[in-house]
Design a protein around this ligand. Sequence first.
Ligand code: 6PG
Length: 246
Amino acid sequence: MSAPASKPRTIVVADSCSLAEAAAKRLTDRIAQNPQQVRICLTGGSTPRRLYELLATPPWRALIPWPRVHWFLTDDRFVPQDDPLSNIGMARVAFLDACAPSENVHAIPTSAATPDEAAERYEHDLKSFHASGLDHEPPLFDLVLMGIGPDGHTASLFPNAPALNEQQRWAVGVAKANVAPFVPRVTLTFPCLSSTREMLFLVSSDEKRDILTRAFSGEDLPATHARASRGETIWLLDQAAAPKNL
Ligand code: 6PG
């Protein structure tokens, strides 16, 4: 029997270092709960970089059974993997290239001709891991890491974008980004992102306090629509990002 979707829970920690430590603990605990093949979906942007770097260092590196953990992405910029804007490029440098078997790293194929083609190919890759479909147990992912942008986007699901209403496709191309970097994107959709045992938002710095205050006061933003459909949704914030009225 799968766990029902739970109300999002908020955890506030002191600063960005403790945010990365707390996220590393949740990630390794989540991996420890699954004795078989584990699937972690990484977010992009700058916030998770410290967490990713931590995973390549003691004690965290030794806690991860690298041969049976597979790594995916919530979204990527439609740029080459060695481009400074690339989310998979950042994760590879931070820990994947040093720690994960290359066959366990599932990058969005941004070498495709178009973002839509990349999305179709990525959806095909994901379905090879999860033929049973998104509504069946077990969920596609054990853990999905997420962020929130200054406009309330998450992954590359931007406000008022048609992709917000996509219920069939697991991934879509995004021709225009709402915020920098203004490059096309490829993003997983809500049905795909929500197929997880845990969705963990990582939010740090006072720059995010305003958008978090809006999100937590119930404003209709993409990030507030994202949650684990059958598991835990957690907002992990540092003190600087936490809304005053929390
Ligand atoms: C991306 C991310 C995006 C990110 C937020 C927050 O490709 O940019 O997937 O959704 O999580 O924009 O980004 P920061 O962590 O840089 O604030």
